[in-house]
Design a protein around this ligand. Structure first.
Ligand code: ADP
Length: 281
């Protein structure tokens, strides 16, 4: 019945039921990449933001969908948490269209926090509702022509992550982990889930890997004696980068100039180079 060659969602098409992958209504997106972790607080949103800035710096058009609905931190990363998306009516059937909020570099961001009145209001919804909202934010946002859409996915192997892997045509996924978590079963579960869902894993980023001694410049691994390469090997994944604990990065976020800081810093070039190599750009 369906033709899977033209289906945007490779993992979600079979010749009986046809193509049922989600397609954005108001945009055309060339590459969709998910960023995921085993648990929260390891720097998944930070890595999403850094990659978005680096890709934008190369001249690509970039969007970021904050899919971590219950812990959205992308607007805060870019310092746009006081802005709100314009919501417009489409036709008279009750359909709406969301305008993404643009960062100073022109990265188009969509997050539930940009749609709700108060940033602090908690999301007290059950899984199916959250999944529906996420799908709507993906498909009803006016993305326009994008080279890259990065999706900051919810951590772990819950039903929202599963829906994204099943229904969104992901070209690949980047896994983010701290050193102590790299060899844990939670990250391994994410890797196994991605493989079962036929989602390509671009590689793993080890975040908060080390600190640099302010006096002698020595790299000190604070959470694990194993190297990041050894840890990535355990997971059977390519290492995209090991990133230090960096208080200048945190400060730049607090001061609202993270895009300027990240685009000038050489620290994140390895991440971008390895990402480009694996994606083939
Ligand atoms: P997640 O998306 O995995 O929940 P976040 O990216 O929101 O994690 O990061 C959690 C916290 O850790 C944030 O306060 C962020 O500023 C901080 N953080 C993340 N990566 C680093 C880093 N490399 N150096 C210093 N702080 C970091």
């Amino acid at each position: 019945m369906g033709n899977c060659n033209s289906c945007p969602s490779k993992g979600n098409c079979n010749s009986d039921s046809g193509c049922s992958g989600l397609v954005p209504k108001y945009g055309k997106i060339k590459h969709i990449i998910g960023i995921i972790s085993g648990k929260g607080g390891v720097g998944k949103s930070t890595v999403t933001g850094i990659l978005a800035v680096q890709l934008r710096k190369l001249g690509y058009t970039v969007g970021v969908l904050d899919g971590d609905i219950t812990g959205p931190s992308i607007p805060r990363f870019f310092g746009i948490n006081d802005k709100r998306s314009d919501i417009s009516q489409v036709g008279d059937g009750g359909e709406v269209k969301f305008a993404p909020v643009e960062t100073s570099m022109g990265i188009k961001v969509m997050s539930l926090n940009l749609l709700t009145e108060e940033e602090e209001a908690p999301v007290i919804w059950r899984g199916p509702v959250i999944t529906g909202v996420l799908k709507q934010m993906y498909s009803d946002t006016e993305w326009g022509e994008l080279d890259y859409l990065l999706i900051d996915m919810p951590p772990g192997t819950g039903d929202i992550a599963l829906t994204i892997m099943q229904e969104v045509p992901l070209e690949g996924m980047v896994i983010v982990s701290t050193p102590q978590e790299m060899v844990s079963m939670i990250v391994k579960k994410v890797v196994i889930m991605a493989k079962k869902m036929n989602v390509n894993i671009v590689g793993v980023v080890e975040n908060m890997s080390y600190v640099i001694c302010g006096k002698c410049g020595e790299k000190i691994r604070v959470f694990s004696k194993k190297t990041a390469e050894e840890q990535a090997e355990y997971l059977g994944l390519p290492l995209l980068a090991e990133m230090p604990i960096n208080l200048d990065l945190v400060e730049s976020m607090e001061n609202g100039n993270v895009e300027d800081y990240v685009s000038k810093s050489e620290e994140y070039e390895v991440l971008l180079d390895n990402f480009k190599n694996k994606i083939g750009i």
